[in-house]
Design a protein around this ligand. Structure first.
Ligand code: SAM
Ligand code: SF4
Length: 468
């Protein structure tokens, strides 16, 4: 079937009027809140209408209850693991004019760069030296960074070796593609394809995306349909918080997830929750139309966690250390660490190439890992599911009954132990080893404990990249 025929069959799943009407209701009562929490604790997710009710919460007491409930759900499904990755910006040229982004075409002051293969190799080497295993590759949208350039960049990044380590999973975040180009991405063995709708409000979208291919709201809205039709198993959705009413964006993300589940039998693998940050020559970033305060941001994460319990939530270094640390408890399952948003920055090539926006967490990967150990979370670089083919529907089938813990927990421990052996600073190493020992001792399943101990012995004897 031709792509144009597929597009014709698509019906817009965002009903702006209906979503705003859902938000126009009295604050939720105590008994309604308890009812919804009881439902959420069954780990089967919530309806759109339940989520809308939770979004009416404005008093501290109910917010604390909501956060406690999301903490329980987070713990039950994900345990205390946090998956770590680094963004890799390979080009900052862009033909679009998103009014909030430092890369936008009309920012004439930005120093532009499109990394060569050698420069990409240097960037990847720098990330490997830090201990990274998973990257998110990004670009602006331009002829110079088209799909062929991008595929070459993926191949290059996968080919780099530093000692015996290499990048084990490349997720990508680029502009919408046509179906055949998505097929090329799949062949290049990407992990997740991510693309944020920015705002699901079509009028506001048009106002802030004033020119270039990205001004097409519907093309972006259906990008995940195109990607999944091309065979991409794992997709990541997101909204840029600050452009429109955050409650509308949360309901829209839920509608998007439910749409994908209905059409493809599998919802998004991840949802991202970027908040607008200051950026050079980006009027909307420096004068945010709908600022989201920290209390509302926590509510966003908690409502998403309860409504879409099996969808990973990604938090970037846009947020500061203390808020990030708190948000791990309420639902975040993946974070970036030691990030830079200007091409060439990790290896300090392309001096002064422009960054996309300013960051809130400037710690190195080791500092982030040290902080995670202090709050007894397990830093994970696991890529086991993706490499064993547990993706898309298969991943969800495993995740839903909670079986994933059998793979994710040991794999997290293995990759954490590798990090400690190969890259950790001495203080991180000492406290990290203690944490691993304690967690393994606490494992109640004797058989699993034995298997984990065997693999840890192998890692300590120099073997690498063992996963279940
Ligand atoms: N250029 C592609 C696109 O727009 O889809 C790839 C992603 S872009 C490099 C990464 C994301 O950064 C955007 O989708 C947007 O949500 C986010 N972003 C842009 N400007 C931002 C800002 N000032 N603060 C926070 N996030 C921003
Ligand atoms: Fe370009 Fe993406 Fe920035 Fe928009 S958000 S200007 S498309 S890099």
């Amino acid at each position: 079937m031709k792509t144009s025929q597929l597009v014709k069959k698509r019906t817009n799943f965002i009903n702006k009027k209906k979503l705003y009407q859902l938000l126009d209701q009295k604050p939720i009562s105590d008994s309604q809140t308890d009812q919804i929490f009881n439902k959420a604790l069954k780990l089967k997710g919530l309806s759109l209408s339940d989520a809308a009710k939770l979004l009416t919460i404005s008093d501290d007491e109910k917010l604390i209850k909501l956060l406690n409930c999301s903490s329980i759900v987070k713990n039950q499904i994900y345990g205390k693991r946090i998956v770590l990755f680094a963004p890799l910006y390979i080009a900052n040229k862009c033909s679009n004019n998103c009014l909030y982004c430092g890369f936008r075409k009309d920012n004439k002051d930005l120093k532009r760069a499109v990394l060569s293969s050698d420069e990409i190799k240097n960037e990847v080497t720098s990330l490997l030296k830090e201990g990274h295993k998973r990257i998110l590759m990004l670009t602006g949208e331009s002829k110079e960074s088209d799909i062929d350039y991008f595929i070459k960049a993926i191949d290059t990044a996968y080919s780099v070796r530093y000692n015996d380590s290499y990048i084990r999973r490349i997720n990508v975040e680029i502009a919408p593609l046509e179906i055949n180009d998505f097929k090329k991405l799949k062949e290049a063995k990407i992990g997740t394809y991510a693309c944020f709708q920015e705002t699901y409000d079509p009028e506001i979208y048009t106002k802030y995306h004033i020119s270039g291919p990205k001004s097409d709201y519907e093309k972006r809205l259906f990008v995940m349909d195109t990607a999944m039709e091309a065979g991409i198993d794992d997709v990541g959705i997101g909204a840029l918080f600050g452009l429109a009413d955050y409650r509308f964006e949360v309901l829209s993300l839920i509608e998007h997830a439910k749409h994908l589940e209905k059409v493809f039998g599998c919802g998004p693998h991840t949802v991202s929750v970027p908040r607008l940050e200051p950026a050079d020559n980006a009027p909307i970033a420096n004068n945010v139309p709908y600022p989201v305060n920290d209390a509302d941001f926590k509510k966003i994460i908690a409502v998403l966690r309860l409504t879409l319990p099996y969808t990973g939530i990604i938090l970037s270094t846009r947020e500061n250390e203390s808020l990030r640390t708190e948000l791990f408890n309420y639902g975040v399952s993946q974070i970036s660490a030691g990030s830079r948003t200007n091409p060439g920055a990790y290896s300090e090539q392309c001096k002064n190439s422009g960054s996309q926006f300013s960051l809130g967490d400037h710690r190195s990967l080791d500092e982030v890992i040290s902080g995670l150990i202090d709050i007894e979370h397990i830093p994970s670089f696991c890529t086991g599911c993706y490499r064993k083919g547990r993706v898309g529907n298969d991943f969800m089938d495993l995740a839903k009954p909670g079986l994933i813990k059998k793979f994710c927990f040991p794999n997290a421990i293995f990759t954490f132990n590798e990090y400690i052996e190969d890259y950790a600073q001495i203080e991180t190493k000492n406290k990290g080893l203690k944490l691993i020992k304690r967690l393994v001792n606490e494992e109640k399943n004797i058989n699993l404990k034995k298997r984990i101990t065997n693999v840890l012995d192998k890692i300590n004897n120099g073997e690498r990249d063992i996963y279940f």
